[in-house]
Design a protein around this ligand. Structure first.
Ligand SMILES: CC(C)(COP(=O)(O)OP(=O)(O)OC[C@H]1O[C@@H](n2cnc3c(N)ncnc32)[C@H](O)[C@@H]1OP(=O)(O)O)[C@@H](O)C(=O)NCCC(=O)NCCS
Length: 157
């Protein structure tokens, strides 16, 4: 399969939004889901997505096959270090369609995001990944990411 990566067209952003919200929900634990009202949460996430993606510093790139069929996406934007104010590239999400995984498409999308970050002039890329999301963690390590801090949580109820 010949894979091409390119900037998402406006019409594709709606699909990316739907997938991003669905997969974020799927990654929640049962405990987290119990605490949330799915409809309210999804609406809020949708509003947040719309607000962020329209910013100039945010880009969504899609992967497509030779017939222009959608294979996946990466959503990259700008973040800044609260201590130093230094700007960096931030990977908000990366997704490859179920059934097409382990074919190198995730790597291609991450490479596209990295090229964009280099061209923009960022010196670093950051992201947040769940400790139990082994496929994503392995992809990021393969792409040169290293864990620098551990986000810790203690459940109180
Ligand atoms: C994470 C994800 C984007 C990876 O996409 P992909 O196209 O399968 O990734 P690649 O084929 O480019 O794999 C690159 C490397 O990542 C690692 N990897 C990917 N999936 C893996 C899996 N299921 N188990 C173990 N390692 C895995 C491997 O090191 C792999 O290299 P290899 O195949 O040469 O061993 C995909 O699994 C996905 O869409 N997951 C759901 C969404 C998600 O969790 N996104 C991350 C949010 S933080």
């Amino acid at each position: 399969m010949k894979v091409n990566t390119r900037r998402a067209k406006d019409v594709e952003i709606a699909l990316v939004k739907e997938i991003s919200i669905r997969t974020a929900w799927e990654r929640f634990s049962d405990e987290q889901r119990r605490e949330l009202d799915k409809e309210t949460w999804s609406r809020r996430m949708g509003e947040l997505f719309d607000m962020m993606v329209k910013k100039e510093s945010h880009e969504v790139f899609v992967a497509e096959d030779e017939k222009q069929a959608f294979l996946g996406y990466v959503w990259v934007g700008e973040g800044s270090n609260p201590m130093t104010g230094t700007k960096h590239g931030y990977i908000y999400d990366v997704f490859v369609k179920e059934g097409l995984r382990r074919k190198g498409i995730g790597v291609m999308l991450m490479e596209k995001a990295e090229r964009y970050c280099r061209e923009t002039g960022y010196h670093e890329m950051l992201l947040l990944v769940a400790i139990n999301n082994q496929p994503a963690q392995k992809l990021y390590v393969k792409q040169g990411f290293k864990a620098e801090q551990t986000y810790m949580l203690k459940r109180l109820s």
